[in-house]
Structures are given as C-alpha cells and as structure tokens.
Ligand binder design. Sequence first.
Ligand code: GLN
Length: 408
Amino acid sequence: RLAEGRALTPDVWSIYNVANLPADCINLGQGYMNFPPPKWVTEAAEQALNNVMANHYSHPKGRLRLREAIKTYYGPQLQRDLNAETEILVTSGANEGQYSVWTAFLEHNDEVILFEPFFDQYLPSVVFNGGKPVYVPLHPPKGSGKSTSNDWTIDNDELRRAVTPRTKMIVVNTPHNPVGKVFTRKELEAIAAVAEQFNLIVMSDEVYDQLVFDGKEHVRIATLPGMWDRTVTVGSAGKAFAATGWRVGWLIGPQSLIQPTLAASTRIVFCSNSPLQEAVAAGLEQVVQRNFFQIQRDEYAERRQILIDCFDQLGLPYTNPEGGYFILLDVSRVQIPDDYPFPESLQGRGFDFKAGWFLALEVGVSSIPVSEFYCPEHSKIGENFLRFAFCKDADTLRRAAERLQNVK
Ligand code: GLN
C-alpha cells in the first residue's frame, strides 16, 4: 500500500524544498506566499493567543465562531441556509479534511476518479485509505502555441467509461492545481450527470475559489440541481488569507457526508489549531466589508501578468491560468548538458525533474516538475512542463522574470 501510494518515494515538495536549493534561488516552487496574512487577521490571531480558552482544544467540529463565519460567508454562495452544527467541519488544512472524507467513506478497493494531472496528495491519501485511484485525463491543448487553462479539456465519454461498480467518488478540483483550469458550468453539469447516474459522492476541492481571473465564474458543483446531497466542498484559510502554515481548512456538505467525516477527523487529529481558527473567523467576518477577496484577486492578476510577460518574451509555450496561482511552462526545448551533475534524489525521475533542478541551479528560479501530478504510469505526459507559482510579491516575481530570460 505504501509503495503504491508513492509514500516510499521522496515527495516532490521535499526534493524541491528551499533547504535543498542554493540560498539565493528565487522560490516559485511549492505554492506559498512570501508576504504575510492581512494585518487585521494576524491581529486577531494575537488576540486569540491572549484568550485562555482559545489556546485549548476546540470542539472537533471546529470553534463555533468559525463555523458561524463559514455559514455566513459560504451560505449565500452555496445558496443554502447552512447548519453550523451538522453541515460544516473545520479541518487541519484542506489535506486533512479530504483525508478524513476518504477514511470515512472508502471501503477496500473502492475506486476514486481523479482528473489527471491532479494535486499529488490525492494519490497517497486515497491509497492509504484502501481506495484505488482511477484516472481520467485532462487533455492538454493541441499545438505548441499559447493556450489557456480552458484549453485543457475532459472527454465525457472517457469519464463515463471510467465508472465501474466499485466507483465511490469523483474528485473535482476547480480552480485546478496545477493547470489553473476553472471548470465551466457545462463541464460541471456533465460531471454532475455522471455522479447522479451512478450514485457517486463528489469531493469538490475549491481551495483556490477566491482566485479566479478574467471575469470567469467560479461555479460550485454543490449548487447544481440535485448535487448538494452528494457533494463535499473543500475550502482553505491558507489560500484565502495567505496563511498556508496555519493549517486551517473546512468541509461543507450535507449531514450524511459531514457527520461520518467528523467521526474520522476526531480520531485522526481530534481538533484543528484552536487560536488560529479564531483569527480565520475574524478574517471571514470582515472580507465582505473590506472587499478583501476582490482586492486580493486584482493583486494576483498583476502577479500573473509579470510571469505571462516573461514567458511571452522567452517564447516558450505556457498555459495561461484562469484561476489559482500556478502557470505551466513547456520546457521541452530547454537543453541540459549530458554530464550535468544531478543529485541522487533525481535518479529515475523524468526530464521535468532534471529541467527544474537545472533551472534552479543555473538560472536561480525554482519550480515544481509536473510529472509528479500524474500517476507513475502516465508521468511521461507531464514531463514537458514545469509549474511556476506566482503567489509572491511583485518585486520577487520581477526579479525571477529577469533571471528567467537566461533560459536557453
Ligand atoms: N498546495 C500547495 C502546492 O501545490 C502545497 C503543496 C503541499 O501541500 N505540500 O504547491
């Protein structure tokens, strides 16, 4: 099981950790910010640390104030009056929330459909819980010119054919990591139709929900007709408030899906980080009045533009993301000397792992190899791409863009 889940192979985040790269390398690898959470959120965190009871275990469901804040903010978006007692679960980051859903619902050899490429954590998490990932491709754009994340497409017949009597769940990730795809209403309707027809649970990972650009609409599959009852929607304070190390996330769904997940989560972590739940609550309570998500979205659109301009100048094909904070760059034309000294950890890894390492050391900008977002059998498809994160301040991105002009 562990080997199947890649747990015995070093994970990409550890290999490309800044600790393994030169100190002056600009880190556009793992997706975390180099700027702080908003001041009014960190101030709420400081206050929470001075509140004795906020330093102790919260209810395993999450602190009431945060569940209420999630209800108030997300209720209208999900077009429901959410029940903060039975339909919301605060988790230790989105990862733990998803893990707990799988612990609660997967029986041995139950199949979970993942659109490939997929956020790498899904694979080991499904396998550790006895499940079997089944892959449906997101087809990359044809041709070698410019493309947007919308050009990565799913084939509904392929999705339908992937369903077997053992299929339990479909994972949707919109905006998508690493592609940046924002699934359209039509695409989600097609997925919903399959979920309905075969009575499947949908896990909708929407951790980048506040980062959708170009006037695109973030559609929540839970709002499509009939879908509330079979969907768990996943959210993340780390992405919403530039606080990825806080490990606070949440799940929203019907009682039938949230209550078994609560039972699992209680036995895995008992509860999530208590004082920072207070701070996240304060954050969500104020976002509307401060227009925070819109301001943040505009900042991210500017950050994205810095890398887009850089890649345009460079003349290498890339996928312009409509959401999230990653850009895929096609690096298949990058030339690496045959005798380049790669570390042991890259032995047996694909071209993208080598290209990423080479660029980190020689150009001074790190990224994440995209083959890691494919299962081992399909990893070749991802080998042409590196993923660059733009969740960094504009100065850092400009410096990175200058360095990247040296890519040959
Ligand atoms: N979601 C982040 C990324 O894709 C962090 C990955 C992680 O959880 N290790 O970069």
